[in-house]
Design a protein around this ligand. Structure first.
Ligand SMILES: Nc1nc2c(ncn2[C@@H]2O[C@H](COP(=O)(O)OP(=O)(O)OP(=O)(O)O)[C@@H](O)[C@H]2O)c(=O)[nH]1
Length: 286
């Protein structure tokens, strides 16, 4: 099943990204480090007409560190600059600045060769809802924010924030809409709260999370919820978790919905430890 909604405001957001892409030198695509592929929108390169894209794997504090390193080298091997960041603690920002400078260097060189003025590199941030675009923008801008004012000749009201000498950031991130290719990706997006709560059943999403943990990090599951074992089916484990937590309905049956919501909240806050949901293409069957 392919889920695809495309409300009108998303069309507007798309058009804004297209327009803004015309006046930037590169795009920083913020993705969630726990699912760097599932939170990528494959239409972005087309939308920004081939402008260089640097991927920032944000919320790296919640992802498995080793997996993040592997994803970064995977992107780099495919010619895409990629950097890990934790926007809440400001980690990874110097790497982002270095990546921007690396991408801009050839363009600056060409301008110099033509004896033209090298103006600051201009960047736009884009990404799916809730991946941390605003947090990343704020942490990158930090106290150094200097609004350089609307730029004459381009769309009125567009504001640039000077990050440092030679780098300017568009003040409003572009919101991309997820392209949901299959159920599993949709479930991951629900788990990461990228898609709205109403789009998926909490119980199904929690069972998916439990099955991922069961196969990849069983100790996480067992320790967090003090399970006797992790042999059962995800639904049975969910019920066991609810029982241990004392989430009962009248009549004594476990409140599976409440349990599911508690498990999802645990995951989203990092209470289950660091976990990466996506797998690299060469790991999918392992
Ligand atoms: N742990 C952690 N949480 C983060 C990080 N970056 C952002 N968050 C949290 O993720 C949530 C979403 O962050 P935002 O910056 O609002 O995300 P956004 O992409 O601008 O969201 P939209 O406005 O919905 O498009 C917030 O609760 C942030 O505190 C990070 O690096 N690590």
């Amino acid at each position: 099943m392919t889920v695809n909604w495309f409300p009108g405001h998303m069309l507007k957001a798309r058009r804004e990204i297209q327009e803004n892409a015309k006046v930037v030198d590169m795009v920083i695509e913020v993705v969630d480090a726990r699912a760097p592929l599932s939170t990528t929108n494959p239409d972005l390169p087309h939308l920004v007409r081939g402008k260089p894209i640097i991927k920032v794997l944000n919320k790296a504090d919640l992802a498995d560190e080793r997996e993040t390193r592997r994803f970064i080298s995977f992107f780099q091997k495919n010619g895409i600059g990629a950097v890990a960041a934790d926007s809440l603690r400001g980690k990874g920002l110097p790497d982002v600045v270095r990546a921007v400078e690396r991408v801009y260097a050839p363009l600056a060189k060409t301008l110099l060769e033509k004896r033209q003025r090298v103006r600051p590199a201009r960047i736009m941030i884009a990404g799916l809802p809730n991946v941390g675009k605003s947090s990343f923008l704020n942490s990158l801008a930090g106290k150094r924010v200097v609004k350089t004012g609307a730029v004459p000749g381009v769309t009125r009201g567009r504001q640039w924030i000077r990050i440092k000498e030679g780098i300017e950031l568009l003040d409003t991130p572009g919101v991309m809409w997820p392209k949901v290719e299959n159920d599993e990706q949709g479930t991951k997006l629900a788990l990461l709260a990228v898609v709205g709560e109403k789009a998926y059943e909490d119980e199904a999403v929690a069972c998916y999370l439990i099955s991922v943990l069961k196969h990849r990090k069983p100790e996480m599951l067992k320790e967090r919820y003090r399970l006797e074992s992790w042999d059962g089916e995800p639904g049975e484990l969910l019920e066991e978790i609810g029982g241990k937590r004392g989430f009962f309905l009248r009549g004594g049956t476990v409140d599976l919905n409440k349990t599911a919501r508690a498990v999802l909240e645990d995951f989203r806050k990092g209470g289950l430890g660091r976990l990466t949901l996506d797998r690299l293409p060469d790991e999918v069957n392992s």
